[in-house]
Design a protein around this ligand. Structure first.
Ligand code: NAD
Ligand code: TYD
Length: 350
């Protein structure tokens, strides 16, 4: 039986990857390693937690000894590394947390894998999940390809860029069998309501202002989270060693157009008059160093490995809204004292 370590499996994307692997591959044993930070939530995995091919391991990737112990005890054959601090705004107020987890934590995992797999790299795989934000900010034209020079501009993207470089360094220096993917913005069920779409859904539901940074002209390329999980499955199994694959939704939206679309869907689902939710849109002070545009060219992944997004945005956004409205308890459990404090610090000063 193959043993696969998935880090950050209690988070947004990680929980969808864990579910996909546990359900698709009964011949694998999936170990979900997560520190359960504010972003980690085992409720995301309730439907699979009793499956015989699934084990949860609580642990912090910044703890090198613990990582070595886990590798020695469980003898992982593969790693899919998603654990990270993931929110740009938090990286602006606390960069060091991002350096610790995203850089030091990744190095701890690389070292643990390198030492545990010494002399037996055959059949092993270390898959590092990264972001398109490492490429920086685009103007009106052009797309990020796998050969676009790195130009990260936030503490978050810089820490992810740094971890990507280290993963490649371990491939070249130690022959660690690595693969990397860089994905665009994800949306869908289980995303923590600090990110644009779930935060806006929650605010619209509660008739609170929807905070739009600057003029709302920044552009993101949105991909449904389950399509990202499908891409991770394909790349884990078929991606070339030492290769990088970009993953994107071919789905660019300005923030303001996206929020108008979301407001339309919310009006419809909540039985509100057309245009009612859009009245909540409030322009607030821009994010420092706000990247203008991200857009991904995923033709390498599509041509070489045959992946493509399965869901159009119009359908995905409706599914997402329905999920948040149907899962009030999940949302309410998150909106605790800590969240309130974060929200006040982040928005009430703007
Ligand atoms: P998330 O914040 O929802 O989840 C991160 C998970 O990592 C949480 O469960 C958290 O508890 C865990 N974690 C954090 N620090 C840890 C530590 N020190 N040790 C162990 N576990 C720790 O993030 P997400 O949006 O699901 O992103 C997952 C990965 O995908 C990240 O590496 C992120 O950079 C990358 N990514 C995200 C997006 C996106 O749009 N969300 C896009 C591209 C790439
Ligand atoms: P976010 O979901 O934080 O993802 P990222 O910064 O990684 O792309 O933000 C998506 C876009 O929405 C980004 O341009 C910042 C903007 N934004 C707002 O306008 N208001 C908000 O409250 C948030 C969280 C983001």
């Amino acid at each position: 039986m193959k043993k696969i370590l998935i880090t950050g499996g209690a988070g947004f994307i990680g929980s969808h990857v864990v579910r996909l692997f546990v359900n698709t591959y009964p011949e694998y044993h999936i170990y979900n390693l997560d520190a359960l930070t504010y972003a980690g939530n085992l409720e995301n995995l309730k439907d699979i937690e009793t499956k015989s091919n699934y084990t949860f391991l609580k642990g912090d990737i910044t703890d090198a000894d613990l990582m070595n112990q886990f590798f020695a005890e469980y003898q992982f054959d593969g790693v899919i590394h998603l654990a990270a601090e993931s929110h740009v705004d938090r990286s602006i107020s606390d960069p060091l947390a991002f350096i610790k987890t995203n850089i030091m934590g990744t190095v701890n995992l690389l070292n643990a894998a390198k030492d545990a797999w010494k002399g037996q790299m055959e059949g092993k795989r270390f898959y590092h999940i990264s972001t398109d934000e490492v490429y920086g900010s685009l103007g009106k034209e052009g797309l990020f390809t796998e050969t676009t020079a790195y130009d990260p501009r936030s503490p978050y993207s810089s820490s992810k860029a740094s971890s990507d470089h280290l993963v490649r360094a371990y491939y070249h220096t130690y022959g660690l069998p690595v693969v990397i993917s860089n994905c665009s913005n994800n949306y869908g069920p289980n995303q923590f309501p600090e990110k644009l779409i779930p935060l806006s859904i929650n605010n619209i539901k509660n008739k609170k202002p929807i905070p739009i940074y600057g003029k709302g002209e920044n552009i993101r390329d949105w991909l449904f989270v389950i399509d990202h999980a499908r891409a991770i499955d394909v790349i884990y199994h078929q991606g070339g060693l030492g290769e990088t694959y970009n993953i994107g939704g071919i789905n660019e939206w300005t923030n303001i157009d996206l929020i108008h679309k979301l407001c339309e869907v919310m009006d419809d689902k909540l039985g509100r008059e057309k245009g009612e939710s859009a009245k909540l849109i409030t322009f607030v002070k821009d994010r420092a160093g706000h990247d203008m545009r991200y857009a991904i060219d995923s033709s390498k992944l599509m041509k070489e490995l045959g992946w493509e997004p399965s869901l159009q945005f119009e359908e995905g956004i409706v599914k997402t809204v329905e999920w948040y409205l149907d899962n009030e308890e999940w949302l309410n459990n998150i909106l605790s004292g800590d969240y309130e404090k974060y929200y006040q610090d982040q928005y009430e000063k703007r």
